[in-house]
Design a protein around this ligand. Structure first.
Ligand code: S3P
Length: 167
């Protein structure tokens, strides 16, 4: 069985760009859990949060993660909140090598400060919010099989590191 490579980490940790390059270099199919949800629900993540609520969104995430975790040989780009339910990590562990892209608050803030598509960060003091979320989620992210610190690395070197650790 060819295991999946599942990327986890906070918003702005570079999961999507790294996942794209990784899938291209390894010739694997790429799945982005948020894109699947947008497609399935027919609305953007911000609208799902504001119209249907966060719990509804987390329920859909759980269903989608369960489904994609049955696949093989995929690169899975996971939304940052999948660690909020332990079941998601357990499901992914079944057939995936989980890689946590660890990033500093500063680096995350610089990457997300001009973006508006993340409902949880559309607040007055996003930096404090990032810090609060990271502190509360860190031990869950660290349940990954590998941790790659991305704060001061190029995307190419992160991709190389992941290929080396998962092959
Ligand atoms: C979330 C992360 C987002 C998206 C949603 C909630 C979170 O995904 O799923 O806004 O709770 O951390 P990205 O990490 O891909 O931005």
């Amino acid at each position: 069985m060819k295991k999946n490579i599942a990327l986890i980490g906070f918003m702005g940790s570079g999961k999507s760009i790294v996942a794209k390059l990784l899938a291209k270099q390894l010739g694997r199919n790429l799945i982005n859990t948020d894109s699947l949800i947008v497609e399935r629900e027919g609305m953007e993540i911000t609208d799902i949060f504001s119209i249907k609520g966060e719990k509804y969104f987390r329920d859909v995430v759980e269903d989608v993660v369960f489904e994609v975790s049955q696949g093989e040989g995929l690169v899975i780009d996971c939304g940052g909140g999948i660690v909020l339910r332990e079941q998601n990590i357990n499901n992914l562990h079944y057939k995936s090598t989980i890689v946590f892209l660890k990033t500093s608050v500063e680096a995350i803030y610089n990457r997300v400060k001009n973006q508006t598509h993340r409902p949880l960060l559309n607040v007055k003091n996003p930096k404090a919010k990032i810090d609060e979320f990271l502190v509360s989620r860190l031990s869950s992210y660290e349940k990954a099989d590998f941790i790659v610190d991305t704060s001061e690395k190029t995307i190419d070197s992160v991709v190389d590191e992941i290929i080396k650790s998962t092959s």
